[in-house]
Design a protein around this ligand. Sequence first.
Ligand code: NIG
Ligand code: FE
Length: 439
Amino acid sequence: MLISNISAKVIANWLFSFGYLPMTNTICASNSPQRWQTLWLNVNLVTMIETEDDYGAVKEAALAISDGKIVWLGKEVDLPTYNKDTLEVLDGQGRWLTPGLIDCHTHLVYGGNRANEFEMRLQGKSYQEIAEAGGGIVSTVKATREATAAELLKSSLPRLTALHQQGVTTVEIKSGYGLDLTNEIKMLEVAGELAKQLPVTVKRTFLGAHALPIEYKDDPDGYIALVCDEIMPVIVKQKLADTVDVFCENIGFDIKQTERVFIAAKKHGLAIKAHAEQLSDLGGTELAAKYQALSSDHVEFLSEQGIKAMSAANMTAVLLPGAFYFLRETQHPPIELLRKHGVDMAIATDVNPGSSPICSIQLMLNMACTLFRLTPNEALAGVTRNAAKALGLSSSKGQLAVGFDADIAVWNISQPAELCYQFGVNPLSALIQDGRQVI
Ligand code: NIG
Ligand code: FE
């Protein structure tokens, strides 16, 4: 690759990673081989440090970890002298290391399931028709309200376990099936509890504006007032979420209602994201850009104007191929235009009972390529670097780089594209979370 193709940021990142740039005192201290705790030898790295097309790959590499952080990585021949008796040395046997995968959009805490609606759809009813007839999200709200926290935990744990076993070290979990104070809190507390049960980082998002609960069926503005004035302040006070999401859609909330939620979120210092342009183009993404949202998610119906707004606000487009597939959508997200305007693309499962009951990040990698025609490099960036960006975690997760969290997946593959190419045989060989081997 020509040096002119690489941005200054990329060069700085590489120089920093390989020890040619000055580092902060803390990193310098732990970077000395005397302080290393674990050293992987004989590995290949998919760093996902932003280069144009080669996964930021480093072959015949080594990687050192200390205090939960990556402290050295590079060609094995360039390793500084270290004392093998003072640290754990592991032979990677030529395996590939990627950043731990990040699923940046899920609704994996919910009660019941919607297999009956799946059958209805197979008989010809659409997702929208089912929602308008009182099914859809609202039927999961009923089941979620009826479930105890312990029951929700029990039903969610296998879903998170499935993601974890496929290499996921960070997951975002949204509320949005409670739709009242007690039940939104219950969902977010269960999401917090999941992070205690499994070695996975859980980032929680308040999605009170997901659907209109039955008791507010004729008063959407009254419900938005409840979300903004009653529920959100408690969520903030109890630190149950740091991001707010809205389903901006004709079966969700309109632009004015969405804006009210964004204004309230900003007032509380919360980050913002949106489910927008999934089934129609209401302009939710442009609105989200106006409020410096982290991401707009789904975006099948996004216009070029919306894409320009995303680009100007440095937002990430979160693509959800599972929902596209499961709802048998035909409108593809505008991938070429997103590329043209330099909008970063993330990929996520959108695990939920209605539009994507699919707990597989590996299948999303495959679908991102087969259904949306992403390159494997783009797909992998979508579940690492760009997924971290969609969660506001760009400086600590999603790349193998010095100073980043040592969240690392170890794969039994012979080239990175295999992670997108083959599906059904799990190539995960080990998983490291915060420097600790957890699988
Ligand atoms: O991301 N679009 C809105 N929310 C979910 C679906 C939720 C459901 O159907 O239960 C989604 O597709
Ligand atoms: Fe969603």
